[in-house]
Design a protein around this ligand. Structure first.
Ligand code: NAP
Length: 319
């Protein structure tokens, strides 16, 4: 049988790498199956100015390389590939990458969440050049500039209100007249003089070569096109947790798919399987909170493995 590892970590973002760092330093020799897109959402973030310790800020991809290197220094192993299947029905747990099987007594799921994208080629091309998916991260780069926010849920309304503290003008573009957001969030945005509502419009194109200069909209009722000049384009149309591999086996929220963990711990409904970071958190969604959660998962896994060993020793000595 394949070697049974102590812990396999699935996911290579702040949560996964922090779990790797802690479990490597605890001598658990973790295997991190980090995915082809390791680094996660930080890879499409330019400057990160709110991660403690980087006093001068850091580029998102550089920060993820730093996280990875730090875990590697203490013996974490990495596999840059995507997990294709898991079997948590019995211990040791099985994790598959294509036909290759990996087994472990504990697993930490840290596959993160992905910001929904509109899906335009121009949106992808201008990511980090005016197109952003995180107001908390990027709003301050738009001081005294014009910004557009797209979406009609709580995130969009909250982000528009937050960005208006910095920007000179915020257009809130939504494809309908009714909002999914709570009325209080809508009222707050309506009361903000800097925010202008642009309703019944879809995004046709983000315009700009080196950076965003304007956005072309299409009216949902008349079909007419119009253009608004803007320096920033914030997409706030929701996030999807990367949980497709796990929903058959792990408890998750019915409507959103986010994994459910017990109380303050990172325990899932399967003892020995833990979930950390954005895959189980739709509230905070910050690199630093994900890292903290990865640390908690490593500590939870370490405790679990030590209980397992203790139980095995007791069984041997009494047997
Ligand atoms: P959401 O509630 O799913 O809203 C997504 C919004 O984006 C909807 O208005 C939707 O339009 C729009 N949208 C979706 N796809 C689009 C597309 N391709 N083009 C244009 N618009 C598109 O997501 P969310 O705002 O991120 O909120 C997620 C959850 O977190 C919610 O439960 C929310 O209450 C919660 N949350 C709470 C707070 C808070 O309480 N402070 C803050 C943020 C989030 P339609 O309405 O037309 O479908």
């Amino acid at each position: 049988m394949t070697d049974v590892r102590n812990v396999i970590i699935i996911g290579g973002g702040p949560a996964g790498y922090t779990a790797a760092l802690y479990s490597a330093r605890a001598n658990l020799r973790p295997l991190v199956i980090e995915g082809f897109n390791w680094g996660g959402q930080l890879m499409i973030t330019s400057d990160v100015e709110n991660y403690p310790g980087y006093a001068d800020g850091v580029m998102g991809p550089t920060m993820m390389q730093d996280f990875r290197r730090q875990a590697e220094r203490f013996g974490a192993e990495f596999l840059t590939d995507d997990v294709t299947r898991v079997d948590f029905s019995e211990r040791p747990f099985k994790v598959y990458v294509g036909k290759d099987e990996f087994v472990a007594d504990s697993v930490i799921v840290a596959t993160g969440a992905s910001a929904r994208q509109i899906g335009l080629e121009s949106e992808l091309r201008l990511q980090g050049r005016g197109v952003s998916y995180c107001a908390t991260c990027d709003a301050s780069f738009f001081r005294d500039k014009v910004v557009m926010v797209v979406g009609g849920g709580d995130s969009a309304l909250e982000e528009a209100t937050f960005i208006s503290r910095f920007a000179s003008k915020v257009y809130l573009v939504h494809r309908r007249e009714e909002f999914r957001a709570s009325p209080i969030m809508v009222d707050r945005a309506r009361a903000d003089e800097k925010i202008e509502f642009v309703l019944n419009k879809t995004i046709d194109e983000v315009i700009g070569d080196a950076k965003v200069t304007a956005v072309r909209l299409q009216d949902t009722q008349t079909g007419e096109f119009s253009e608004i000049e803007t320096d920033g384009f914030f997409v706030a149309i929701g996030h999807d947790p990367n949980t497709a591999l796990f929903v058959e086996q792990l408890d998750h929220e019915e409507d959103s798919g986010y994994l459910v963990t017990r109380g303050k711990s990172t325990e899932t409904n399967v003892p020995g399987v833990f979930a950390a970071g954005d895959v189980q958190d739709h509230t905070y969604r910050q690199a630093v909170t994900a890292a903290g959660s990865g640390c908690a998962a490593a500590l939870d896994a370490e405790r679990y493995l030590s209980d397992l060993r203790h139980a095995a020793l007791t069984a041997t000595s009494s047997g």
